[in-house]
Design a protein around this ligand. Structure first.
Ligand SMILES: *Cc1c(COP(=O)(O)O)cnc(C)c1O
Length: 388
């Protein structure tokens, strides 16, 4: 049985008629940019996030970049974020000419270690970007408190966490602004590139609106140097169809995660869900001691898997100029060696989950665990970090 990591065709099969009708309607109207679909989707997505404003842009990466500019971050400033994220989080900081300052992650939630932030704040620090990784919100309360204390902006990277909640509040409504991606594999995905900025600040919203469209303020009047970063109408039309399904899809992801947990507990480190979090399981990430061999076994059994992020950003050649090296972020480096993502998408069946679990259990049998030289203290439900 071949089981892909993500099966987008299964989703398309269910939505095909609706998607084709929406695309057809859009093409007949020939309103291809900043038209009725973008406007409606912005409103619907703002409602979904319980935020006041949503501004559609061309990608999640642009959403980060434009919001940093809209928040007033620029050359000479420092922005605090994590090394354990998709590279775009850190690229966006460089795109506005600011300096990324990295902070290690929490060993069980894999999100920014809020206790470490204060020690990295300098007089140049302008913003913090917590990343809601794999679908789990970062611990926002202490982050917002620090931001208030030091006068910093908070930009949520919610690219993997559409619909997640922190203490009951939707991500995307907590920080000064937030960024979403609709990349094809995200929980809400376009058939091309698209992204969104959400905010409760009308001025930030207005600046992002201008920046995405060449600094356009009114007809023939451009008041800032902006970008071509509009959301396209075809993507907005598709996303409107899919947004209606997102709550159901999220419920299915959670159900699958619970089923995986039940079958895998005691064999690999199953995901830890913080008590403050409503986790939307963009990815189902487990920890395994012999990760690379497990990956090999899964591939041999035709089970899709991935290892996001096996090289943390501070060890990527692109960021060598930041001067970080091995050992600087021990938690991120350690986690990076042990994580593996198993197939996760709403249409996954119990039979498929059972098959994946069977392969994982056969591989990481308790006997092989007791035989390992390096004990990392992985208790079933809690992939505890015991140093490297
Ligand atoms: C996907 C992703 C992005 C970038 O989104 P794109 O739409 O691909 O540009 C940014 N941050 C994180 C954490 C992501 O997962």
């Amino acid at each position: 049985m071949t089981i892909p990591l993500v099966d987008l065709r299964a989703q398309y099969a269910e939505l095909r008629d609706e998607i084709l009708a929406a695309v057809d309607q859009c093409l007949w109207s020939m309103e291809l940019f900043m038209g009725p679909n973008t406007r409606a989707f912005e409103e619907e997505f703002a409602d979904f996030c319980e935020a006041d404003y949503a501004i559609g842009v061309a990608s999640g990466t642009d959403a980060l970049h434009l919001s940093l500019r809209a928040l007033g971050v620029g050359p000479g400033d420092e922005v605090i974020t994590v090394p354990y994220t998709f590279i775009a989080t850190i690229e966006a900081i460089e795109h506005v000419g600011a300096r990324p300052v990295l902070v290690d992650i929490d060993p069980v939630t894999y999100t920014i270690d809020a206790d470490e932030i204060a020690s990295r704040i300098t007089e140049r620090t302008k913003a913090i970007i917590p990343v809601h990784l794999y679908g789990q919100p970062a611990d926002m309360e202490p982050i917002m408190a620090l931001a208030r204390q030091y006068g910093l902006k908070v930009l949520e990277d919610a690219a993997q966490a559409h619909g997640a909640r922190y203490k009951g509040r939707r991500v995307g409504s907590i920080g000064d602004a937030a960024c979403f991606s609709f990349y094809f594999s995200k929980n809400l995905s376009a058939y091309g590139e698209a992204g969104m900025v959400t905010t409760n600040d009308p001025e930030v919203a207005e600046r992002v609106r201008m920046l995405r469209h060449h600094g356009h303020e009114s007809k023939y009047r451009h008041t800032m140097v902006g970008y071509n970063s509009r959301m396209d109408e075809l993507q907005a039309a598709v996303l409107r169809v899919k947004l209606k399904r997102l709550a159901d899809w999220t419920a299915m992801r959670k159900r699958h995660a619970a089923e995986y947990d039940r079958l895998l507990v005691g064999h690999v480190g199953t995901p830890y869900v913080a008590e403050y979090a409503d986790h939307v399981f963009h990815l189902y990430t487990v920890r395994a001691r012999h990760r690379d061999q497990l990956v090999e076994t899964l591939r041999r059994e035709e089970i899709g898997c991935n290892t996001h992020y096996c090289t943390p950003a501070h060890l990527q050649p692109a960021f060598a100029h930041l001067g970080y090296g091995e050992g600087d972020f021990p938690v991120a480096e350690h986690v990076a060696q042990e994580v593996v993502q198993l197939p996760m998408y709403p249409e996954l069946s119990d039979e498929q989950i059972g098959r994946v679990a069977q392969v994982v259990r056969a591989f990481e049998a308790p006997v092989s665990i007791s035989a390992t030289a390096r004990h990392v203290g992985t208790c079933a439900g809690c992939p505890a970090f015991a140093g490297s």
